[in-house]
Design a protein around this ligand. Sequence first.
Ligand code: DQA
Length: 145
Amino acid sequence: MAKTIHILNGPNLNLLGKRQPEIYGADTLADVETACAALGRDLGLGTELFQSNHEGEIVEMVHRARDTADGIIINPAAYTHTSVAILDALNTFEGPVIEVHISNVHKREAFRHHSYVSLRADGVIAGLGVEGYELALRRMATLLA
Ligand code: DQA
């Protein structure tokens, strides 16, 4: 059976395409979902994309992934820099985890330079735009082969 990757997205990413396009670009989260689904078909991976503006819901998404996903790609957005709860949830997940940031967080404000999620992530992609999600998916295919 095809392996399944959950692509989890945190707060304000529902506004991708409208929100600060000079930083995050013009593509929407629906565009990301479509591109990842197409690439996933080529790679033999199923993909499911989720987004929430609420920390506890993201924790619950990770809990669901424990039973239903082989790998997690996560852009925790602002919770990257604050959430021990999301880190703790990811530490209960046994498969590979890749952290994605659309912008180069290291070129931005100092508070964006620290990531709790990076303490668990097997890899981190930042600053490659929404293409980072597809690059993360390619890496997932390698890790799960
Ligand atoms: C982000 C970077 C975060 O610092 C920010 O809070 C976001 C998006 C990114 O994808 O570049 O909402 O994770």
